[in-house]
Design a protein around this ligand. Structure first.
Ligand SMILES: Nc1ncnc2c1ncn2[C@@H]1O[C@H](COP(=O)(O)OP(=O)(O)OP(=O)(O)O)[C@@H](O)[C@H]1O
Ligand SMILES: [Mg+2]
Length: 219
């Protein structure tokens, strides 16, 4: 069973009213399930844009992206339905409590056991007693633990994380990283992380450095 994302000769730019912002040209890489990949590089290099392209959220200006699930080519929509996303700003639903946030992606997929599954995950991450707390009643670290878990509850093939520890102190970052990499290992899903954090990037199987439009193995 093979799940992978292949980027071939990708280029991308943004056109504004006055100029064209060129991000990169000729980028190629393969991302596989069961592997963890960090993308590092300076601010503005295009890391978030590359992540969006790899996740099938954005179509590159040039080149091709091939998505494969269970050895079968699929379109971006199918890929997205089999992916989880984690952001710097947590992005929890403010009107839902912790268990409601965890249950939401399962409910959206029509899972009738959504709340039971969410309860198991809450227990697993040690936040069972916070089930009825809404995001504003949780610490940043707790919110991100919920957001990380929410990305995994539907058993996705790939997780895409953009600066997942960017809003957290070092100690809290460690616990969120532990959870993220632990879940990826347990579930065998691919994990792609964009980060400025060296300790976080070091946890990944491989690191790619995006700078001045070039993607190279990071030192
Ligand atoms: N929708 C857009 N329209 C125009 N320009 C954009 C758009 N999105 C991003 N850009 C520009 O493209 C460049 C790359 O942005 P991107 O967010 O991918 O960088 P990044 O490497 O993730 O940076 P950071 O580390 O600061 O998050 C930046 O110069 C940004 O201003
Ligand atoms: Mg970014």
């Amino acid at each position: 069973m093979q799940d992978m994302i292949e980027l071939h000769d990708i280029s991308h730019h943004f056109d504004t009213a006055s100029e064209r912002i060129g991000l990169f040209q000729g980028l190629s890489c393969t991302i596989r399930a069961n592997e963890t990949l960090a993308i590092v590089g300076p601010s503005g290099a295009g890391k978030s844009s590359l992540l969006s392209i790899a996740a099938g959220l954005e179509v590159p200006a040039g080149g091709t992206v091939c998505f494969t699930i269970d050895g079968v080519p699929v379109d971006a929509l199918t890929m997205r339905a089999n992916s989880g996303f984690i952001f710097q700003q947590f992005h929890l639903m403010p009107e839902l409590d912790a268990i409601g946030n965890l249950a939401l992606p399962l409910r959206l997929k029509g899972n009738r056991h959504a709340f039971d599954i969410a309860a198991l995950w809450l227990d697993k991450i040690g936040l069972k007693d916070r089930a009825r707390h809404r995001p504003h009643q949780l610490s940043g670290g707790e919110q991100q633990r919920i957001a990380v878990t929410r990305a995994f509850v539907t058993a996705p093939r790939f997780i895409f994380a953009d600066e997942p520890t960017g809003n957290l102190d070092m100690h809290t970052s460690e616990s969120v990283a532990e959870l993220m990499f632990g879940c990826a290992r347990e579930t065998g899903c691919g994990l792609v992380i964009v980060t400025h954090s060296k300790p976080l990037a070091r946890r990944a199987d491989a690191s790619l450095h995006l700078s001045a439009g070039r993607l190279e193995a990071a030192a």
